[in-house]
Design a protein around this ligand. Sequence first.
Ligand code: NAD
Length: 336
Amino acid sequence: MSRRPPHTVTLIPGDGIGPEVMAAAVRVLTATGIPFEWETQQAGASAIGEHGTALPEKVLESIRKNKLALKGPTETPVGTGHRSVHVELRIQLDLYANLRPVKSLPGVKSRYEDVDLVVVRENTEDLYSGLEHVVVPGVVESLKIITEKASTRIARFAFDYSRAHSRKKVIAVHKANIMKLSDGLFLDCCRKVAKEYADVAYDEMIVDNTCMQLVLDPSRFDVLLLENLYGDIVSDLCAGLVGGLGIVPGANLGVRHAIFEAVHGTAPDIAGKNLANPLAAVLSGVLLLRHVGQRRAADSIDRAVSRLLREGRHRTRDLGGRATTSAVRDRLIALL
Ligand code: NAD
């Protein structure tokens, strides 16, 4: 038995493919030998039957206590029904920074081989504030909230992250030519913060042009700094550049708490079939390990993922293979 105190982590299996990929991630993390205590909590559509709500209060209590969570994707009904659990968690726990490293992985077929960029997305405001109403029948207003406080702290996060990880350039992405006040304020804050970091280059790019430039040549991007909605859309675009949602991890970070979750959703088309790629969930676990200072264990999973992909025999369908979720999990554990 290890004498080190365990890391107590709130585990949210979530909906759709969530339980499958999260179970795989937990098995891989545990196989590193780092002691974990997993506190399982139900949230999402699967929690409604038992708890009457998609986000029971005890889920928030558990994360507030443990300060750490590993979360599977949760389903949000389109155009009706409950508010998004992941958006609610980010707002309630003030997890203001959404960090999504997007990197080409060995052996994964995609259009590019040299992508290594980081999406830093503001996580608490913008059009995700959930403030919309019917003005008169046939006219709906959604409020895009941009504040100096949130824009400044996400900009500072992007520059601090760049400095700590030897990143060279932050590009603030905007549409301030049209939304002169809201995106204009976001840019003003980014510019002010950029001045404090002479060692990190700074530039700005309009969001539509950013999408085209990313598709043309992603290797020219380093750190992207975006508001909430642009960050959401550009994250999926970036995932597509390196082989899809099955391999891109993510972290939601605040001052006190952190929730690690992949970029992908519940993938209802493949849920319950043992077909989902567990690597994005596993790599989100790697971000958790680094967050708690377990660098060696994180490195060893990263190496195992690279070897598994190079070998090529254990790839799920999204990566052009035929392996199941559990086969990928078992091979990864064997390679640790
Ligand atoms: P999605 O990410 O679930 O699926 C998009 C496509 O990618 C699908 O074809 C799916 O099969 C594929 N895919 C995603 N993850 C995969 C994996 N690990 N392995 C293999 N293939 C994978 O996006 P969607 O269909 O737009 O959303 C479905 C649901 O997920 C919605 O209810 C949405 O609100 C929710 N969602 C939740 C989160 C979250 O909890 N953080 C994030 C995004 C979407």
